[in-house]
Each structure stands twice: as C-alpha cells, then as structure tokens.
Design a protein around this ligand. Structure first.
Ligand code: NCD
Length: 358
C-alpha cells in the first residue's frame, strides 16, 4: 500500500541516511536553537497519549513550541471520546484532520501503523506497547553521537527487561546496520530479548552474546543501557514482584566499568539505578533526556519538510481468518483492521512484527 505521508513508525522503514540526517540536524539545533525558533510557525502538532508519559510527551510538545508551532491533544484518553467507546480509527482520523503532524503513544503493539492506514497527516510512533519507540532511539543515537563521537565500533550492553522494553527493541533494530557494533544482552531467561530481534541481528551479521550477570559483563562495555522491568506489560503481579529487582547498577558495579563507559537509561527508573550513582560522570540519563527535545525538533522539521516520503506502509497481503499470535497486537482490540501479513508460511504481522504459522 502506497504511503500518503512520512510516517515514523519503525526506523527501519526509513534507512540509515535518513536517521543520520535527523541526528545531525538535532546536533546542529542543539548548538544553535535560536536559529530554528520560527521554523514551524503556523503548524499544529497533535499529541495523542493513550498511555502515561512524562519525557516523550513533554519533549515533543516542547520541541514544537520551541520551533514556533502550537500543540493540541490529550494525555488521558478518559477525558476524550475514547471513554465513550470511540475506536482508534475514528479518533485518529478526526484529529489528523485538525493537525499537520500527529504523535501517538498507545498500549497495543502496532497501534501507530493501524492509525497510519487512515490518518490524514504524518504519524510519529511515540511508543506502541512493547514493540517500538523510534524517537527514543534517535535520542539514544544523538547521545552516542555527541558523547562517544560515533555510532560504529561500540560494545553496547543492554540490561534489564529486554523482553518487554520497546526502547531496546528499537535500538537493536536500528543499530543492527552499523559496522562494528556488538551487543551484550544482560537479563534473566524470563526477561530475555525476543527471538525476532536476535534473528534481525543474525541476518545483519551483527554479533551478540547473552549474559546473566551485570558484574561479569560491565568491564567490556563502551555503553551500558539500563532499563526498568516493565510492570504494565506483566499479566501477573507476582511475576513482576519476582523479577523487578533482578538488576541494580550500584556504585560497586560502576567501579568495574571502564573510565570511558557511558551509562544510558530512557527513564523512568524504578530501583535499577540508585540515586547515589547520579553524580558519576559516566551517568548520562539526565543529559540523554535533554537531548530528546533537540531530536524531536529535528524529527518534526524533517517530517514536515518532506511529508510525502515514499516508504510503503504495507508490503504484505490480507490473510482473512488468520489471527496474530501476539495477544497484545492492536488487531485483537480493533477488530475492523485488515489482517495484513508479510511472507507465506511463516506470516509476519504488519502491525507488530510477530510471527504466526499459516
Ligand atoms: C520509555 C518508554 O516509554 O518506553 N520511556 C521513555 O519514553 N523515555 C521507557 C520506559 O517506560 O521504561
């Protein structure tokens, strides 16, 4: 299906040159923000947040306001017609007619793509369930670009809830294309990286190892990316309680890291990094969050300056009667959605990338 707009749903739809363009523009804006103060005058951005957010929502809003544009939207679907039972298609179709660009966060995997099927403006995915979070990945790339000076030749440890964390899924998919990047997945078997992400790394000949111990992994790392255990993605409270304290980056562990290590975290943190580590010069989480505004300014500008980028929205076919194997896929909630899948025997859901046997 031909795209009508430049939708930023999955960074891999756009390609490395496009992301580097955004990261380089963000870095220029960081150095001279005043130059861009009127770049979006007269433009309206809608933020539809069906799920809690602090940084992503406010940094997108700050970005548009700093570009001279204005914002509309909701951060609590209970105060919109969603509370009256309105479906995703109708809400996003209507709001996309009011705005020039729409930023959306939703608890279901694949929701941003579902909205893009019918929206009348470009959509940016601000997090869809446990699936992807492209604007966070661009923020992480700007952090690497400015703090390590490169996006290649890096050993990156990802620690915590690799199963449910959309930030780490997005990051691995994107950095799979960069030379010399090696991943160390630090997690328990219950919180391990999904197979489909490992398969993407294998297909790109990108090496990764799996390690249960943060102590053992930290000495070899250039970058450590910590994540919280994603409470809201667990079906049982007991399971969450059992796993939530699995990793804690305390000062003793930091002492084992290299002097030029940088430690990132998309935030919010719960108990995986004690606050007495904040003053370590290798702690990047607050700076990383501040880079998010400049990345989102660059992202808004890039999309609005090229609103009709030719990335196909759907490459597969409709398979009526096949249900996606992922229980959190948007197709299970919004039943009118066409069941688009890529492939033939092993069908890959167009919305959430989960694989289902035909
Ligand atoms: C992340 C998210 O929402 O996925 N937060 C963010 O956007 N900075 C990480 C998280 O919630 O753990």
């Amino acid at each position: 299906m031909d795209p009508r707009y430049t939708n930023v749903i999955d960074l891999n739809d756009m390609g490395t040159a496009w992301w580097l363009g955004v990261v380089e523009l963000a870095s220029k804006i960081y150095d001279d923000p005043a130059k861009y103060a009127k770049a979006c005058e007269g433009k309206i951005m809608a933020t539809l947040f069906y799920e809690p957010s602090t940084r992503t929502q406010m940094s997108f809003q700050t970005a548009m306001l700093r570009l001279g544009g204005t914002i509309i939207g909701f951060d609590n679907p209970a105060t919109s017609s969603v509370a009256k039972g309105e479906n995703l298609k109708d809400t996003t179709k209507i709001v996309s007619g009011y705005a020039d660009i729409m930023v959306m966060r939703h608890p279901s995997d694949g929701a941003a793509k579902a909205a893009a099927l019918t929206a009348d403006c470009p959509i940016i995915n601000a997090g869809d369930g446990g699936h992807l979070h492209p604007s966070q990945t661009l923020t992480d790339m700007l952090t690497l670009y400015r703090e390590k000076g490169r996006l290649t030749d890096l050993t990156i440890g990802l620690c915590g809830d690799l199963k449910n964390g959309r930030t780490v899924h997005s990051m691995c998919k994107a950095l799979a294309g960069f030379e010399g990047v090696k991943f160390v997945f630090i997690s328990t078997p219950q919180l391990g990286m999904p197979q489909y992400i490992k398969d993407i790394l294998k297909a790109n000949s990108r090496p990764f190892t799996e390690e249960a111990s943060l102590d053992a992994a930290i000495p070899q790392l250039d970058v450590l990316y910590m994540t919280r255990v994603q409470k809201e993605r667990f079906s049982s409270e007991e399971e969450y309680e059992r796993l939530k304290g699995a990793y804690c980056l305390d000062r003793a562990k930091m002492a084992k890291g290299r002097r030029d290590l940088i430690v990132m975290h998309p935030l919010p943190r719960v108990d995986e990094i004690p606050m007495d580590v904040d003053d370590d010069p290798r702690a990047m989480w607050f700076k990383q969050a501040s880079y998010g505004v400049y990345v989102r300014m660059a992202l808004i500008l890039t999309v609005l300056n090229d609103p009709h980028h030719k990335t196909p929205l759907i490459t597969g076919k409709i398979h009526n009667g096949v249900e996606c194997a992922n229980p959190n896929c948007i197709t299970h909630k919004e039943r009118y959605l066409p069941r688009y899948f890529r492939g033939t025997d092993l069908l890959e859901c167009e919305y959430c990338d989960e694989r289902t046997l035909n």
